[in-house]
Design a binder for this molecule. Structure first.
Ligand code: G6P
Length: 608
């Protein structure tokens, strides 16, 4: 989704802005632009399409400016054209604004400003900010921004520059993340630390309704009501390597391959063999409070929602606590019933998804205890939950989530054991599950070694127009996630279904052109799934089976089989998803799609 980067210092801001914008590409965007102040002039350059188009445009212009702001736009109001790209300026051409979020009352503000003579040239909601700030500008940029924002409804992360104050950037946040980077003799602002990590790992996260005035020497932070804040500088322990491809052709492949490590990181220091249980320090809940939980609601979006479904199966089966999983976008408007014994679990890789954040706030408003399962440290959801567990998967750059998904499941497995051991689960059973968890990173490595084999299977099917994914029990959400990965990455229509539901609809689609990926490990429902495979074969469908090592019977029935190591049902989704991630990856590459930044998608959806 939209990205912001800003720089003020001794260096030329242009290459820093372009470099920063490239680091934000992964979030998804459709146009980009920069505004720099050079010799009493604001230079604005913007272009629809990729950042390379913007680069080509500014290549011969020889711009050198020590102050600049840049933006990648993901269109909401108005098409992704050059003119609609940010930065936007006021009519006097003195104030430039980049904005993430949505100004909900932009129409009424626009009418008001038009009456005062302002002329608008774009279809965006953001343009009104430039005009509104200009309307209130009286020599003090910070104050003008503050007054303007008081008139605005909606969400924003903004960076503003003004020709008359060429020594500062004003930034502000409400519902859309912004971070200030503290460098030596230079300072930065960005919507994501990835944009500025090359230059500094010291950052200040702005909170909602805070404004910052950033100069070359330093920065001040104040609330919209003018109270000043002592900003807390935090160290980011991500390294630059972690946000680069490390020799892989795509971030997504790198992230798939990282999973043995990221899964180890998710369990490191958390397993307690002697107790057959786990240690989760960040929950901020007393033993007694955890024992009192009678119901759990899990809310999330996208891939995190699929991980939540697996959490539901795990917690209900082992801890025997009723669990409901709800899309955050539904949860927030459905007036959910939350009683004092309910726990709300909020799952989000980025910790910034607008719907998930709103669902969390709604749950908190109703008095729920809310725990977060996040990847991005210091993100809004991580900060606003009562406690939680970080998944420690490191930065995930590929828009389609892979390593975060498996780590979200892993963390929910740990929560399951913790809650189960406080209830019915025996020490022996707890120990057995912990042993199973410990083996997972190696079993995932075994699956990753099958990369070439899976690529060959992809070769056979990559030109198909439709795919069906089937699974039962814990493998049903895996089927959903497998289908989502394929559709996100390769634009092939793919659906996930509980295997037994096939006969209530999708069976009508099956013919020789329909590949069906069937998750058929040797688990409690194996025989049932085998019957589903017979039904597909009887209709000349092509079956790609994910089966347990040693199952020779299935090989004679299906077109292709990918074997997974024997493992307990409890951890099976962590292993069975790997071939589906790789299959989707290879099919996408073969179809010439943009693997890391699929069309129309955003890594972190910070608008409703
Ligand atoms: C977007 C991304 C998905 C992600 C979803 C939820 O749609 O493209 O990959 O699963 O948002 O994101 P979150 O950061 O809340 O997990």
């Amino acid at each position: 989704m939209c990205g912001i980067v800003g720089y003020i210092g001794e260096k030329n801001s242009v290459p820093i802005l372009i470099e920063g914008l490239k680091k934000l590409e992964y979030r998804g965007y459709d146009s980009a632009g920069i505004a720099c102040i050079e010799n009493s002039d604001i230079i604005i350059q913007k272009a629809a399409g990729k950042i390379s188009a913007l680069e080509a445009q500014i290549k011969d212009k020889d711009i050198s400016a020590r102050l600049g702001i840049g933006h990648t736009r993901w269109a909401t109001h108005g098409e992704p054209t050059d003119i609609n790209a940010h930065p936007h300026i006021d009519d006097s051409g003195r104030i430039a604004v980049v904005h993430n979020g949505i100004i909900e009352n932009y129409k009424s503000l626009k009418t008001l400003l038009q009456k005062k003579g302002h002329i608008f040239i774009t279809d965006t909601d953001t343009e009104i900010l430039a005009h509104l700030i200009s309307e209130h500008y009286n020599g003090d940029l910070l104050e003008a921004v503050r007054i303007a924002l008081n008139q605005v409804d909606g969400t924003y992360g903004i960076a503003v520059v003004c020709l008359d104050s060429p020594d500062r950037i004003v930034a502000a946040r409400l519902g859309s993340p912004l971070v200030i980077g503290n460098g030596e003799g230079e300072n930065f602002v960005a919507s994501d630390v990835a944009a500025i990590l090359r230059y500094t790992n010291q950052v200040v996260y702005l909170e909602d309704r805070e404004l910052a005035e950033i100069t070359q020497e330093g920065f001040t932070v104040s609330r919209i009501d003018r109270t000043t804040i002592s900003p807390k500088i935090e160290d980011i322990n991500w390294s630059l390597d972690m946000i680069e491809k490390g020799g892989y052709p795509h971030f997504m492949l790198k992230e798939i391959m990282e999973q043995p490590t990221t899964l180890r990181n998710a369990i490191r220091g958390r397993l307690k063999f002697e107790d057959g249980s786990v240690r989760l320090n960040g929950l901020n809940l007393q033993y007694k409070e955890l024992c009192q939980i009678k119901r759990i609601l899990i809310t999330a979006c996208g891939t995190s929602w699929h991980a939540s479904l697996i959490g539901e199966y795990l917690i209900e089966e082992h801890a025997r606590i009723p669990v409901e999983v709800e899309y955050a976008s539904e949860f927030r408007y459905r007036n959910p019933i939350i009683d004092p014994d309910s726990l709300v679990l909020v799952i989000s890789q980025s910790g910034e998804t607008a719907d998930t954040l709103a669902a969390l706030r709604e749950a908190k408003r109703k008095g729920a205890t809310c725990l977060g399962i996040c990847n991005a440290v210091g993100s809004s959801i991580a900060r606003e939950t009562d406690g939680g567990v970080y998944i420690h998967a490191g930065p995930e750059i590929g828009v389609a989530s892979t390593k975060a998904f498996t780590s979200q499941i892993m963390v929910q497995s740990l929560i399951t054991i913790l809650l189960a051991r406080m209830r019915h689960m025996s020490l022996e059973q707890g120990e057995r599950l912990i042993e199973a968890i410990q083996r997972v990173p190696d079993q995932v490595s075994v699956m990753l070694e099958k990369n070439e084999e899976i690529k060959q299977i992809a070769e056979k099917y990559y030109q198909k127009d439709n795919f069906l994914y089937l699974g039962r029990g814990l493998n049903f959400p895996v089927a959903l996630e497998g289908a989502l990965k394929l559709k996100e990455l390769s634009y092939i229509h793919a659906e996930g279904y509980p295997a037994a539901e096939m006969k209530h609809g999708p069976i009508a689609l099956i013919d020789e052109n329909m590949p069906v990926v069937v998750l058929a490990p040797k688990d409690a429902v194996y025989e049932k799934v085998m019957s589903n495979i017979q039904e597909i074969k009887a209709r000349r469908g092509n079956v790609i089976a994910i089966a347990t090592e040693g199952d020779t019977e299935i090989a004679s029935m299906v077109n292709d089989v990918i074997y997974i190591p024997k493992a307990r049902d409890f951890v099976l989704p962590l292993i069975s998803i790997i071939p589906l991630q790789l299959l989707a990856y290879h099919i996408s590459v073969m179809r010439g799609c943009d693997v890391d930044q699929p069309r129309n998608l955003a890594k972190s959806v910070t608008v409703e």
